[in-house]
Write a protein that binds this ligand. Structure first.
Ligand SMILES: [Zn+2]
Ligand SMILES: [Zn+2]
Length: 253
């Protein structure tokens, strides 16, 4: 049965079916006959509300191997605790983690969510993020959850901020207040082609705190690449009085 308000029309295209809402359960029953729910990752049959079948969900990989304690970068020398970036300069965030590698089902889920704003995928990712915060070592008490903000122009272009949706869902699940603590005050050129150092320079002063405070903040984002964006956010938060900044992303590039 489809109760999520979405149907799959192809193996990689979920589509909102809000136009069928007035039909209620009849509409949903009809839809599940016409378009049986399909797993976003394998295209196989998928029952219930999850966009991912149980087999694919079980196979979503974690970040394996020796990793940097601060940022989870893969370590070439397993005798060390820190990667070269975290070993040579203090990162603005205290700990950054991701659910798994971007080159896996995690990346597919993030992309599908980003471009389709698929609520079933958001729910699935939020549940996994909540499990991570509850079960994994590095996060202590979290006082507030926030997200990487977009400029108004970006939001208009995309229609929504995917990090904000994940943050709000996570806060609801964990009973932790979610606040907009940051604003992106400067449009930044695309970063895909830039080195880590150039990314940091590109982002300097791009974020400012709109609500100062104390305690520990968790920043939620969809993808962690070099960490330059969340690091700039963490710098602004610390300037705004917050003592500790943790980062949790869905996928690590
Ligand atoms: Zn599957
Ligand atoms: Zn590191």
């Amino acid at each position: 049965m489809i109760t999520s308000g979405v149907i799959r029309t192809s193996s990689f295209g979920w589509r909102s079916t809000s136009f069928l809402k007035p039909l209620g359960r009849w509409g949903e029953g009809l839809l599940s006959l016409l378009f049986p729910p399909r797993c976003v990752l394998c295209g196989g049959a998928c029952d219930g509300l999850d966009p991912v079948c149980p087999d694919c969900a079980a196979e979503l990989p974690r970040l394996e191997g020796p990793r940097c304690y601060v940022c989870q970068e893969e370590l070439k020398d397993p005798a060390l605790d820190l990667c070269p970036a975290c070993g040579t300069r203090r990162r603005e965030f205290d700990v950054a983690r991701a659910l798994g590698p971007y080159r896996s089902g995690w990346g597919t889920l993030v992309r599908e969510f980003k471009f389709e704003k698929e609520p079933a995928i958001a729910r699935f990712l939020i549940a996994r993020l909540a499990e991570y915060v509850r079960e994994e070592e590095p996060f202590g008490n979290i006082d507030r959850i926030t997200y990487v903000p977009m400029t108004r122009a970006d939001r208009r272009a995309r229609g929504f901020n995917q990090a904000r949706i994940l943050a709000h869902g996570l806060g609801r699940r964990l009973g932790i207040p979610v606040k907009r603590l940051l604003a992106k005050v400067r449009q930044t050129p695309a970063q895909a082609e830039l080195s880590a150092a150039a990314r940091r320079k590109n982002l300097r002063g791009a974020f400012k705190v709109v609500r100062s405070g104390q305690g520990t903040v968790l920043i939620v984002d969809d993808i962690f690449t070099t960490g330059a964006t969340v690091e700039e956010c963490a710098r602004a938060l610390k300037a705004g009085g917050y003592a500790r900044v943790y980062v949790l992303a869905v996928a690590r590039a």
